[in-house]
Design a protein around this ligand. Sequence first.
Ligand SMILES: Cc1cc2nc3c(=O)[nH]c(=O)nc-3n(C[C@H](O)[C@H](O)[C@H](O)COP(=O)(O)OP(=O)(O)OC[C@H]3O[C@@H](n4cnc5c(N)ncnc54)[C@H](O)[C@@H]3O)c2cc1C
Length: 628
Amino acid sequence: MAPTPSQHLPSIDVDVLIVGAGPVGLNLAYQLRRYSSGPSQSSRVTPISIHIIEKHPKPVQEHFGRAVTFWPRSMEILAQMGLADQITQQCVAVRSSAAYDATGNEVFGRGWSFLEGIEDTRFKFASVLRQKFVEDIVRAKLNELGVQVSEMRKFVGLEVDESVPPGEMGRVKATILDMSGGEGHDKEYTVRCRYLIGCDGSRTVVRGAAGIESDGDRTEDKWVRIDGVLKSTSMPKPRSYGAIESPIYGNVLWIPLDHGATRIGFALNEDRRKLYKELNEAVFVQEAKLSVKPFEIEYERVDWASVYSVGQRVARTFWAKESVFVAGDAAHSHSSGAGQGMNAGMHDAANLGWKLALVLTGVLKRDVLATYDLERQPNAKRLIKYDEDISVLVTGRLPKGWTGDPNEDPNVVLGRILQEAKGFNTGLTIGFDPNIAVLGDDGGQDEAVLAKRTLVPAPAIPGYRAPDVQVLTPALWEPVWLQSLMPNLARFYVLVFVGKSPEAKAEFMELRADLQKNPHLKLDKTTQPESNGTGTHLNGSSYRSWPVDFLTILPDKVGNAWFELGTDPVGRVYYDNDGVANRRYGVSDTSGAVFVLRPDGWIGAKFPLGSKGLVDAIDAYLGGLLLR
Ligand SMILES: Cc1cc2nc3c(=O)[nH]c(=O)nc-3n(C[C@H](O)[C@H](O)[C@H](O)COP(=O)(O)OP(=O)(O)OC[C@H]3O[C@@H](n4cnc5c(N)ncnc54)[C@H](O)[C@@H]3O)c2cc1C
């Protein structure tokens, strides 16, 4: 019902309006608050003000089943944001897979077999936790930071006032319908903000309102997903990630869920659909039982069941008019065939979160915001292309334009493609081309080199993730994961690998001395004491004017770092454990190297330790991003 003028509420001014409180909207709200409040930030920074709206009340929103799996890179990202612990407390860590042909014989190297060989990460498994539980975790964290989701508020439209400079208050004006008063009592209000983020899912209204075009299509294929607790089953490995190669229902998905539940997913072809007047829960249960044949299942309880049309769509750009962003399903939607949707959304959120927070707190140049689109849109396009093939194979057909053997079994092809795309599926090889936040790379455009980067382990070069390895703590020599030493607090990390040679030690001395001459990177004891982001203060009460923390990695375990170096390390010091860190980072343990890591855990720049003007080079990279 259209509101009458008397039903207008006063307008609200906020830094950021987030539309949609799914996993992506909640995560972005959490990050923006986390990076602008708490001990890691200067007390001069006021928390970013956020209005996050959701059109459904929580009980309704919770009823949707949707995503269930986080792949390893997503878990690494969430761990650095301080969210993984709660997820691992509740999730099913699935380390095994099982695939069965139509007669129920176990077949190997097919289905989800790729997840048995996950390496190069702490999270060597699929973390299965239903979306509603993930949302609960992030919501609770967000509430702790003083932000509540405004439910029953629907985004209706927006206007970008071009007379207001980008980033200024009122650049974006959004119209919101407040439906919380019950039917017939809708009220409208305006939100004036600096930035708006559309996290409103695949049926996004924000994308169109911002004038962002998209490409894609729906197919005729329909898939069913049913989550529930099974009373009994004859499926031999019900707690593995499973695939049953049905001649009628495609490659049937079997996922052991949290809280003792199981997800079964299958394609419901037209012939099957025609058998029913209405597609309801009873039909889904009946069809699920047939889809897993020759195995038997009996349901104790169904939590959620749904049928949906498979389709793919991607926005041409992930931002408009330098002030409206789209993220998650609002930016890219596809089938759930490879279980990537929520994961891709987390990658979007991790990419945008620190950039927007640092722009809003006056630390980062506004130009850096453009890299969100430059980095995420091509990856989403790649995902869409991949999903087009995967979804057809899951449905039981060979992909369009298939040039291989026309008689090949789609299940065999599917297993092979999932294996080949392991780096992409797990998220561990997702990379970005050079831009202002990614300083060049080592390989140019050589195709063989680029192809290698899609294989796990991807090289530790700019544009790729900073690998996780175990290093040793000083004195105790206790192993600790490197990524856990670098939480995402919207701060950069500089990793200094010191080589063993006398030259490398001299170069380290020079680096240390030059850092103290740099106004943005020197430790300044005269400035107000600040935390280094880990709750501890270094070298007394000192800090750097840029949000940058240093870690020194020595090539061997030693008794005392000062004695080895002849000086203090820069930042905290850790020791390599039998050369593991040097090898994984591709660093000669004789000469050393320096990596600048972005807050999201991707490598931004790499330099040899002995390169001339090293501190100037670090300064030039960071100075391209951070305001002086
Ligand atoms: C059946 C199914 C199974 C899936 N399985 C997986 C899986 O296993 N793994 C995986 O990674 N992904 C999976 N996905 C995809 C995954 O659910 C999505 O990618 C993920 O939910 C995207 O998160 P989001 O926050 O972008 O959008 P959503 O979760 O869709 O959240 C958007 C929110 O915005 C709200 N909203 C919409 N319009 C408005 C408006 N105008 N005003 C205010 N609020 C609005 C909606 O109510 C919703 O709460 C699956 C999806 C489906 C449908």
